[in-house]
Design a protein around this ligand. Structure first.
Ligand code: GYE
Length: 620
C-alpha cells in the first residue's frame, strides 16, 4: 500500500511539476500508478527517436498502472543530466535513457543505478553499471550494407558514396567501421565518405546539389539513415543522374520511411534498425517484478528489406504471435563434460527443457567438433524444430549450418560464438561477453597486484582454454586490451589447458620442470584449470593465493570456496545457467516472435569481500 500511496503522491507531485514544466500535461487524470517509469530521450527531433517514444507509449498502454514521463534533452548532455535528476526527484521506479553523449552520461547512469534500475537504449554506456542495454548492432548494419554494395555492383567496380551522420555520433562511427572494414579487401572500389551533421533529408539534398562532383562515377550510395537516403534520391533526381542504387537504414513502415521508399522504388534497400521500445517496457516490468532471466544486453536483429522481400517482411512484422506448438523438439549439441561450469550448463538446459515441456535430444561431443557436426546432421535428419549448438571451437561450421538452413531448421548458439561467412547461418547467440570477462580479470590484477614482483614488474602465467574456442580467444583479447595500459605487467608464459583441471595442473608442473618459480600471477581462463594449477603449486611448496595470486573465470562453488580458503584471490563470473533464457527464446521463436541477435548474460566479480554472501545459494 505504502508504495501505491507513494506512487499516487508521486503522480500528484509530478502532475504539479509537469504543470510547471510541461503545461500540456494538465489533461492527465491522476491514476493508480503501480510503476512510474522515467524516459530521458536524447532529442525529439530524429525520426528514429520519435519512433522509440511511440513504441514505448504503445507498449506501456497495454499495462494498466504503468505511467511514463518523458524528457527531451534536445541533444544537449547537460540538459539530459538535469532531466535525469528531475525524473529522480519525481520518484520514478525505473529510468530508461537513450544517451546523447555516452562518455558524459556514463557516470550519471552508474550513479542512478545504485538506487534504481536503469535500462539504456540505442547507445551503450561504458562499463556495466546498468540493468539492461537494448540496442542494434551498428557494425553488423554497416557490414550488411557492404554486402549489399557488392551485390549491387555485381562484380563491376564503380564509385561508392557513404553518407555518414554527425561526426561525434557513436552510432555512425560503428556503422562506418562495419562498412569500411567489410569493403577494405575490395581495393578496386572507389569509396568516398561525407558527413551530414544533422542527419536530415534536406541537408543531404542541399549538400549533394552543391557538391555534385561527389557523385561522379558513383553507382551505389550507403546512407546511415533513410532520411539522408531520401535526400540523396531527391538530389540525384534534380541533377538528372541515373542508375545510382541507394541503401538506407531504419526501415520504418511510414509512407516516407524506409519501407515506403523501397516500395516506391525511391531507394533500393533499407536495413532495419528496430527501436526496442516494446522490449524495454516488457523488461522494465520483469525487472520491477524481480522476474528471473533478465539479460544484461539484448542486441536486436537488423534485416535487409528490398523490393523483392518488402511484402513478406511487412507481413511478418504484422503477424500476430501464435501459441507455441504442443511439442517442441530440440536437438542440443553440447561441447562435453570438461569442467564444473559445463556440467552446470548442461544441467540448467536439461532441467529448463523439462520445465518448458520441450523435448530435448542431447548429444555430448566430448570436445570433438567432428562429433558435434555429426550430431547436427542427425538432428537435421530427425527434422527437429530447432537446434542449439554450443560450438567447441569458433570456425568450420559454414557447411553444416548451410545444411540446417536449407532444411529450414533455425540454429541458436548457446554459450560460445562462431565466425561464419554469412551471419544469418544462425539466429541468436545467448551467452556471456567474454572480452569483458578478460578485461575484468586484468583490471583486478592492475588494482590488486602492485608492480615490483619477483623479478620487478608483474609476471603473469596465462592458462588458456581450448585453442580456437571463442571464450579462450576473447578472454585473451579483453585481458590484453587492458594489459597494454600497464607497463611492467607481462604475460611471460601462456599455454592451453583445454579448460580442464588436469590441463591446469600439467602446465604448472611442466613450467616447474624447466624453471624456478618466478610467477606473480596465474590468470586461468576457467576455474578448473586454476584449481588444477593450485594443486600442482601446493605439491611444490608454493602457496596458491599467497606466494602467487590466482585469478580465474567461471565462478563455480569450488573456486568460491578456494577464495574463502585464501587459495584463490579473484573469480570473474561466467553464468552457466542459460537454460531458462534458452528455452524462453525457443518458445518465443516457435510462437512467431522475432528473437534478438544476441542476448548477453549479467555477471559479477568475486573476491574475498563478496564471496561469503554468494556461496550459500550457489547451485554449481
Ligand atoms: O568458461 C569453461 C568451459 O564456454 C564459457 O567452457 C564456456 C567455458 C567455461 O569449459 O569452464
Amino acid at each position: 500500500m505504502r508504495k501505491r500511496m507513494r506512487g499516487f503522491l508521486a503522480a500528484l507531485l509530478c502532475a504539479a511539476v509537469l504543470l510547471s514544466l510541461f503545461p500540456g500535461c494538465s489533461r492527465q487524470e491522476p491514476e493508480k500508478v503501480e510503476y512510474l517509469i522515467g524516459v530521458s530521450q536524447a532529442n525529439m527531433r530524429e525520426s528514429w527517436r520519435l519512433a522509440l517514444i511511440r513504441e514505448l507509449k504503445e507498449e506501456a498502454a497495454k499495462h494498466p498502472g504503468v505511467r511514463l514521463i518523458f524528457t527531451d534533452a534536445t541533444q544537449n548532455s547537460d540538459k539530459q543530466i538535469a532531466d535525469i535528476r528531475r525524473l529522480l526527484a519525481c520518484g520514478v521506479d525505473l529510468l530508461i535513457v537513450s544517451p546523447c553523449d555516452v562518455k558524459k552520461i556514463t557516470p550519471v547512469v552508474s550513479g542512478v543505478y545504485k538506487s534504481i534500475p536503469v535500462i539504456v537504449m540505442d547507445r551503450v554506456v561504458e562499463g556495466y553499471d546498468y540493468s539492461l542495454f537494448i540496442g542494434p548492432d551498428n557494425r553488423s548494419i554497416g557490414k550488411q550494407a557492404g554486402e549489399s554494395v557488392l551485390r549491387m555492383l555485381d562484380g563491376i567496380p564503380g564509385g561508392v558514396l557513404e553518407i555518414c551522420g554527425s561526426t561525434g555520433s557513436q552510432t555512425s562511427a560503428e556503422r562506418s567501421e562495419g562498412f569500411q572494414s567489410f569493403l577494405k579487401p575490395y581495393r578496386q572500389l572507389d569509396i568516398r565518405k561525407i558527413s551530414i551533421e544533422n542527419e536530415s533529408r534536406d541537408s543531404t539534398e542541399d549538400y549533394l546539389l552543391a557538391n555534385r562532383e561527389k557523385l561522379n562515377g558513383v553507382r551505389v550510395i550507403f546512407a546511415h539513415n533513410d532520411y539522408m537516403a531520401l535526400g540523396a534520391c531527391r538530389a540525384i533526381e534534380k541533377l538528372g543522374l541515373k542508375n545510382i542504387r541507394i541503401i538506407g537504414v531504419d526501415g520504418f513502415t511510414g509512407e516516407n520511411d524506409g519501407i515506403g521508399l523501397v516500395r516506391k522504388g525511391m531507394i533500393d534497400e533499407t536495413i532495419t534498425c528496430p527501436t526496442g521500445g516494446r522490449e524495454a517496457i516488457q523488461f522494465s516490468l520483469d525487472i520491477l517484478r524481480n522476474v528471473a532471466g533478465v539479460p544484461k544486453q539484448e542486441i536486436l536483429h537488423s534485416h535487409k528489406v528490398t523490393k523483392e522481400n518488402v511484402d513478406a517482411f511487412v507481413e511478418n512484422l504484422n503477424k500476430p504471435q501464435t501459441a507455441p506448438p504442443q511439442t517442441i523438439r530440440v536437438g542440443y549439441a553440447q561441447v562435453g563434460t570438461e569442467s564444473a561450469w559445463r556440467l552446470a550448463n548442461t544441467e540448467s538446459i536439461q532441467s529448463a527443457a523439462k520445465e518448458f515441456g520441450i523435448q530435448l535430444f542431447y548429444e555430448n561431443a566430448d570436445q570433438s567438433q567432428q562429433r558435434q557436426i555429426q550430431a547436427l546432421r542427425k538432428f537435421i535428419a530427425m527434422k527437429v524444430d530447432a537446434i542449439v549448438l554450443s560450438p567447441v571451437i569458433d570456425s568450420g561450421w559454414d557447411e553444416v549450418l548451410r545444411e540446417a538452413k536449407e532444411a529450414g531448421i533455425p540454429v541458436i548458439l548457446s554459450d560460445r560464438e562462431i565466425t561464419v561467412k554469412d551471419d544469418d547461418m544462425f539466429l541468436t547467440f545467448i551467452g556471456a561477453d567474454f572480452v569483458e570477462e578478460g578485461r575484468r580479470a586484468m583490471r583486478w590484477i592492475a588494482q590488486n597486484v602492485p608492480s615490483g614482483g619477483k623479478k620487478g614488474g608483474v609476471r603473469i602465467m596465462e592458462l588458456q582454454g581450448t585453442v580456437g574456442a571463442s571464450p579462450a580467444v576473447e578472454r585473451t583479447v579483453g585481458f590484453e586490451e587492458i594489459l597494454k595500459e600497464y607497463s611492467g605487467y607481462q604475460i611471460v608464459y601462456s599455454r592451453s589447458g583445454d579448460f580442464t583441471y588436469d590441463g591446469g595442473k600439467r602446465i604448472v608442473e611442466e613450467y616447474l620442470k624447466n624453471h624456478k618459480w618466478d610467477i606473480d600471477v596465474v590468470y586461468a581462463h576457467n576455474d578448473d584449470m586454476a584449481l588444477g594449477a593450485a594443486e600442482a603449486l601446493e605439491k611444490n611448496g608454493i602457496a596458491p593465493g599467497k606466494d602467487v595470486k590466482i585469478i580465474s573465470i567461471d565462478g563455480t562453488k569450488n573456486a568460491l570456496n578456494a577464495i574463502l580458503k585464501g587459495k584463490m584471490n579473484c573469480v570473474v563470473e561466467c553464468n552457466p545457467l542459460l537454460g531458462p533464457q534458452l528455452m524462453k527464446a525457443i518458445t518465443d521463436l516457435m510462437s512467431g516472435k522475432e528473437l534478438p541477435l544476441r542476448i548477453i548474460t549479467d555477471e559479477k566479480v568475486f573476491t574475498k569481500e563478496n564471496t561469503e554472501e554468494t556461496i550459500q545459494s550457489r547451485k554449481y
